[in-house]
Write a new protein. Structure first.
Lengths: 437, 437, 437, 437
């Protein structure tokens, strides 16, 4: 199948010395690293929207790349887009994809027309999945692009808009189930506010919780056994979004008793927009038992918006993979490239080169994470650093068997404690040595 | 009493036309606004540290103002500092103060020496409080300046450091109770990390929770009936602090079942460092039932560190007071000026001018907030904006009596919903009109 | 004329107590403030693009407001848009407008078709200007939206793109001259880079200078006597733009000897994206003799992109007007509302309410700036602060008549100098008092 | 000589596989890379202040490391500090050092006492330099820590403070000349403002220019043939500093005709605080003919202050070295570690581990930069990208031999130009491949 990208061959592993641009240098799908194939460890996923739909438009300019796949007719284009997606996944040896409802089929004039289009393309996708052995990592509904959602969907001040969102969510979860998706994502791009002057924040958040609860109940009823995810993002498009970061989303999930059904989908660039590192957000998800899935990309820390670049910083991919592995690895989740080619990467080839860049960067990250784990140095350092808690009064304190008076007495009887060096420079230097030698 | 600031008279209300620098233009303590005296509405508090201790040192330069109060001997200086504080509160007609243990008495060489000093000054402060009719808004322990806490106190990797912190906390809560404080604050300046490479975040946070639980239990045992507060701050001094913002702190309090004893102390400049407005953090605290107290200052949004400026932006003070009033006003909490004079405001006079600036800005904010409430325009706008939720299926949805299918059916039966204009520009313009006319 | 906005009356001054939304509360065009009418002091200008073209699209959603003016046919729409603009200016009593070539007439398929459209609409605009007594504040060419400019226009690596930009600039300056514009702006939205990996920065900047020189020479030849402006912006759409801020642009103008023909067009939100206050950038322009014109809007300092909000912060408008007046006021320049209604301000009414908000905020700013100047307090403070330079060795030093040895001798003979308090809090407090009383 | 750091051996090159912490893994001083020894390419320098003076104090805590070198007496301590510095340079095989006047000898009570101390230590340092074959990379005067400079030194509103600064500068340049320094740095930490309300920016900047001119004239008179440097920093300690970034400093140098004597000292963390990458600032310096010297460290892009971390990010060191080499390499300048150990890196060992980390990271950066240059891929890509300018009308345009009309005619005769893909992802991916294979 080479209908849509005739100039691009199947991308195969050729090793780190090979300079052919259409090869993987680090990603060798079936090579086993840390007990699983790279394919299973990384569970790469194509994002339908950035990959097959978006054409480079930004706030100051039009599309630079044509994604009509040879068709202007809506129906034909819809099918061609799907086929192009499967050709791309095949050539890149990607097993999963993620989609919004409006990615796979453009909205119709009415709700029923939209639903009809979704039903049609769902049949096509099911066949394509079967034929090419691909799966849905997660589905979602776009509740932010249509003007009706300009004030929010689940948090819209208008009840009618809220109900409309409910209808779209119902359909989106139905097709996700139909396509065998193992996850469903809530990203609340308009669930927030532009100004507190016109906003009843408490009421809006309560509505959002009600809606999520209704969706969970319905999904479980129709047989969805996968994970729900909140994907935190602090702002953009809104001035403030309610799912600001991992901790904020967890507070919401705890408050409304939704933590049993939800995990987090951590997006690298959203992390940094919230003032956190990617690693940090992964760690927060993990220690709250909510690590779910990953939207992989990279941001530019000198820019204040979501650049969604293909990930190429190997420090970030290495440390992210370390967090993922330490969180137990992926179960229902995976690593979705929520990344777009730069606006000036304007040829179809660039899409493949970008995926190769991202996949190789994570593959190299996995190889280096394995090296770090096998080396043992970092783990050992951390273990040793907290060793005073492993026995005696430390262990008793962790077990909950002391009083404040006990601790005060202990302190009074001791000499001034001297904290040990954190050795940051040495750790960073050793990390370099492991990574670059 | 005019021993320490002989050139500064008692500051009295003289109205907005008066140009004498040593008068209040807006703060008229016993004038009633919205049913309570300004004094009760605002509950101003002096911060012991910035006001009586800090001398202008920054990372690039030494003190510019002398705060030895005429004494170099430790004990005499300790008492003089307290007396100066009460003179200042008297002259400014401030009823409350807040302190860290190390503010009221410098640390000794040993734990027992430090405690002895604290006991001595506590007696002095009790007398001064009685004599001048002043109260403690809240106390706290400085668990971040001493090198022993360089890796954290409650989150130190060293159990001995943790125990030492426990001893200091025990003492700090005891003197807070002794001085009749109505609050106790946890600000975790070193409770965070410099690098994840050496940090077991999950274990550290668990230790922090254990320590807070022990402190609460002990405090309740010795009769403390006030509020505990977490004061969120995202970073500085650490790269990342665990109490990042209101929502993060609430997640922690929920996770460790501490929400019953804790509220939040919202600091304006910490809010903006976390990427939020001051208003936003107050609102988050309120809708989570955790609005407690306020550290009033202002930051500079073009700077990336805590500038702790005296608050003079009247938009911010007005909108903050609106949030405070809508949250029900202060109970145990109050409005503490966690603010320092600029390094180049180098005369003792400047301390008074800065407090006048801050108090007048909040007094004007209160007057304008009252005007906004009495005007009714903003409240009415918000109420109307959500009115579709007040009856019919909207109300039923809020009450939890619908299914996703019900909502989808309703949406299918309706026409395309049209969201109403948010009118941000008109609201901002009307706000100006109310404030400036 | 009330064809396009039939529900909006002429907006007239009604004073600060009036609550009719379609009136000015502070802008009274012919009232004289500081020796000139408000109209002359402020020289308000409508931005063609945000006002007549943009419909609310952002990176995550489609238009929320329809700006087809009743026509889908290109030519008819082009004329209707112009007429709507003049109706709007008339109703708001705005005397000036600013435009990009592509705002007044959408690009054609070819260069010659585009130029033909521009010629046609120029005739229409000339008539409308004459009929309604309106003027062009400045014109410009959009060299950033078309995909051909994705790598830059004057700084494109492709010479053919550079030449194309030259052709468009030639036309844009011709129509600006034809319409009697008193200014011409260069905003280099794509004149920068996405990554240094593929960029020859030195060569690109030299090309930009060559192009500006050619445009200046041609414009002077065809009779343009107005000002050229660079409008600095640090980033967005590009990762880095060469006209980062005022100082960077001035360095470029000095380096390539263009300072004689160029001044700066300072945009409020671009200032803050570059890490500066609006005031700061105005001051830098002024002290370099390059204050030219203003793009008035406001940003959100908690957001990292250009929000282009209508200006409503009265501190900012007051301090900006103070800078403008101290720089001598506008000559060829003026105050262009480079501002767009919020995406959720979705009715045609909102455009007027937003302009009223912006115009009233600057009108109030002008009134308060006048009050500050007449009060004299701030000016006096600053004058006094530097008074040691007004005589003796200070004056001699300013005159260039000392050596380093002279100064060292003087210092050695003197006692330790004691710098005076900067009194920031007192100044801010007094500013409030002047503004709010 | 192993008096001050008895537990630390001489650090020697042991190759990338060696795991002894006290060895270099990448820095092999006399190995030739790109035609020069690593020693000559990198010209490492010790910073006196961070290395020998600062003890870990931050805004929220005291020193964590003792730097008294066994002496409390001022004079003995001054000499011991110098000796410790030379021991450290010897053990690390560092050839250069940089200093502020107050680093080498603490200020005295009077100007003459301070000068006397400087004279004394200068003799000691001269001997140590001779004995150990070390050189001064650059000297400077600390005109920001003493309270007298709280409002600035060269830009102080007080003429007496200005004169005092002149005296200190005169002395500092004298001892720099005496010690054979090849550079002299101006870092204007207080040359800026806290608020524009009290600031005459134009007058202040003019004073700064006058002072620099006087210093240059005096220095040349006494035989200084090295470079003067401005070290840009945007803010901190001041709200705004006049030497904001490279371009701003260049504008100032051009305006006051100082560019002949000055180059720039680019500091990595200052670059990022100004919103630029380190690379960017190096490039700006280079294309303005002002590349001089480097203050090497790294910042944390998620933090808003100068963290001055030892550089360990190998992407940054590699790309910085590439810029340095392309700018022609160092002449009078070098690579000064303006970096401090983390506050919790609290042992003397950590100072060495941190220097090893920084030196190895730049050594690895040099090795990788050489690999990139020898590979040729990146250079070739950029050359090709601009090739349309190398001949025909492109070359004629660069030579200044076209008119705007010529270009417009050319564009009209051509078809629509199609810009070529920027290939960012492919370039980043290939960079990884070169770096990691």
């Amino acid at each position: 199948m080479s209908k849509y990208f005739p100039n691009v061959p199947n991308i195969e592993y050729a090793g780190p010395k090979n300079r052919d641009k259409f090869t993987f240098k680090y990603y060798n799908p079936d090579e086993v690293i840390l007990g699983k194939s790279m394919r299973e460890q990384l569970k790469f996923s194509m994002s339908y929207w950035h990959t097959l739909v978006a054409g480079g438009t930004d706030m100051f300019g039009r599309d630079t790349i044509n994604k009509n796949y040879g068709y202007t007719d809506v129906e034909a284009h819809t099918v061609a887009k799907a086929e192009a997606g499967f050709e791309l996944m095949n050539k890149l040896d990607i097993d999963y994809y993620c989609f919004h409802d409006v990615d796979i089929a453009a909205e119709g004039e009415t709700l029923s027309e939209s639903f009809k289009r979704l039903d049609n393309i769902t049949l096509v996708l099911k066949d394509l999945q079967k034929e090419h052995n691909k799966k849905v990592l997660w589905g979602t509904s776009n509740l932010f692009s249509n003007p009706r959602y300009m004030n929010g969907a689940g948090t819209s001040p208008s009840f009618d808009v809220f109900a409309y969102a409910a209808a779209e969510l119902k359909k989106a979860i139905e097709i996700t189930v139909e396509l065998g998706g193992s996850g469903y994502v809530f990203w609340g791009g308009r669930e927030g506010y532009e100004t507190l002057l016109n906003t009843d924040m408490g009421r809006e958040i309560e509505h959002m919780a009600i809606l999520m609860r209704l969706v969970v109940d319905y999904a479980r009823k129709i047989g969805f056994t996968g994970d729900f995810y909140i994907e935190p993002k602090p702002k953009e498009p809104m001035k403030h979004q309610y799912d600001f970061d991992a901790a904020t989303s967890l507070n919401f999930l705890r408050q409304y008793d939704l933590l049993g059904d939800f995990k987090l989908n951590i997006e690298a660039n959203h992390a940094t927009l919230a003032g956190h590192s990617f690693q940090h957000e992964l760690r927060v998800a993990a220690i709250n038992g909510a690590f779910g899935s990953v939207d992989a990309n990279q941001g530019d820390l000198l820019l204040g918006w979501d650049t969604d670049q293909f990930p190429t910083n190997v420090y970030d991919t290495t440390l992210a993979v370390l967090e993922i592995i330490r969180a137990g690895g992926f179960t229902n989740g995976g690593l979705n490239f929520d990344a777009k080619t730069r606006r000036s990467s304007s040829s179809p080839e660039d899409i493949f080169l970008a995926y190769i860049a991202g996949m190789d960067s994570f593959a190299l990250g996995l190889r280096l994470a394995a090296k770090i784990i096998e080396d043992g140095f970092l783990d050992e350092f951390v273990k040793e650093r907290y060793s005073s808690w492993d026995a005696d009064l430390g262990a008793k304190t962790e077990a909950g068997n002391v009083s404040l008076e006990d601790l005060a007495d202990y302190a009074a009887a001791n000499e001034e404690p001297v904290p040990s060096s954190g050795r940051q420079e040495y750790l960073e230097s050793t990390l370099n040595q492991i990574m670059f030698s």
